[in-house]
Design a protein around this ligand. Structure first.
Ligand code: FAD
Ligand code: NAP
Length: 310
């Protein structure tokens, strides 16, 4: 039986493994369905990881993490987990897609979240080359330039305000004329001189060339078409929390989730189930940054160590 099963090999999962094994846990396996590194490996540039002066790709940033984390005994299995359950005797069962079931004394879930795609033509083609889902990460690359934001929720409006501090102009494109975001945020957006509201409008296509995005083709509900010439568009049309592995056969969740599906944890990354921890983007109130996910992972690793040793 494993001392600890870690699900997900992004910054949170890798760091959890580092702290748990370096702290003395012997049988620790990290299940990662792809290559370790997490969603940041899809980012072309990261410049806000503390202590790293060089601007580098997400892939380069994560390159040495697995090696460092596995130095103390963490094992990696390239497997997709389909479910995590807890038996009455307190043992966790980690079910793998192939049908194998692995037993573990404790589990840390670090499966992250996935920014939802809008499905607009050109979005996938230009993802990372003008299409972004992270203003904190990529906004600075458009300093003093015009950009577009797609969406009408809290994230879209808050990020539009953030981008307006950096960029010369922000076109906020939303399919309705009412926002899902909170009224206070809507008011701030409406009062911001640098934000132009493009309402009742859908994006027909994100267009560009070899160097990236250069145009957003928009159509309003009356059929009027418009070509917004910008080098970047930020898509904020909701997040999909990767919580599926917590869903049990009867449809209930293994531990308490928020309304949005994020795992509810306390400051020590404990979930509502003893021996089950969650870390990184998946948890409630996550800041959705590499450094924060790594911090969560360290906390969860230390707590799992304590739980197993007790
Ligand atoms: P993730 O990185 O999402 O890792 C989760 C891992 O779990 C993935 O590797 C996934 O394959 C695996 N997984 C999921 N389900 C299963 C399963 N069932 N079985 C096995 N494995 C599974 N942050 C910054 O700090 N600075 C930036 O500049 C920055 N830029 C970004 C740019 C882009 C394009 C994106 C998408 C994000 C960016 N972020 C940035 C955010 C940052 O990447 C995330 O906050 C961070 O990666 C979250 O780490 P995590 O470990 O919680 O989850
Ligand atoms: P969200 O509330 O689900 O909003 C998504 C927005 O994208 C909606 O305006 C939606 O339009 C639009 N949209 C969805 N699919 C689209 C598509 N294919 N094309 C174009 N537009 C599309 O997501 P979110 O803003 O990420 O917020 C998620 C949750 O976190 C919410 O509960 C939110 O309140 C919360 N949150 C809170 C705060 C805060 O409290 N400060 C900050 C951020 C997020 P419609 O409105 O027409 O459906």
């Amino acid at each position: 039986m494993l001392d600890l099963a870690i699900i997900g090999g992004g910054p949170a999962g890798l760091t959890a493994g580092l702290y748990a094994t370096r702290g003395g846990l012997k049988e620790v396996v990290m299940f990662e369905k792809g290559m370790p590194g997490g969603q940041i490996t899809s980012s072309s540039e990261i410049e806000n990881y503390p202590g790293v002066l060089e601007v580098m790709s997400g892939m380069d940033l994560m390159q040495h993490w697995p090696q460092q984390c596995m130095r103390f005994g963490l094992k990696h299995r390239m497997d997709e987990v389909s479910r995590v359950s807890k038996r009455e005797d307190g043992v966790f069962e980690v079910s793998l897609l192939g049908g194998e079931v692995v037993e573990a004394k404790s589990v840390i879930v670090c499966t992250g979240s996935t920014p939802r795609r809008s499905g607009v033509r050109g979005e996938s083609l230009f993802f990372g080359r003008g299409v972004s889902t992270c203003a904190t990460c990529d906004g600075f690359f458009y300093k003093n330039q015009e950009v577009a934001v797609l969406g009408g929720g809290d994230t879209a409006l808050e990020e539009a305000l953030y981008l307006a501090n950096i960029c010369s102009k922000v076109y906020l494109i939303h399919r309705r004329d009412e926002f899902r975001a909170s009224p206070v945020t809507v008011e701030k957006v409406k009062n911001n001189q640098k934000i132009e509201l493009v309402l009742n409008s859908v994006v027909d296509e994100i267009a560009g060339d070899d160097s990236g995005v250069n145009s957003i083709y928009v159509e309003d509900k009356h059929g009027n078409k418009r070509d917004i010439r910008v080098p970047g568009i930020f898509v904020f049309v909701g997040m999909d929390v990767n919580n599926q592995i917590l869903m049990q056969e009867d449809g209930s969740a293994l531990c308490k989730l928020s309304e949005n599906g994020n795992v509810i944890v306390d400051l020590k990354m404990h979930t509502s189930v003893e021996g089950l921890f969650a870390a990184g983007d998946l948890r409630i109130d996550a800041s959705k940054q590499v450094v924060c996910a790594a911090g969560d992972g360290a906390t969860a690793g230390i707590q799992a160590l304590e739980y197993v040793n007790e």
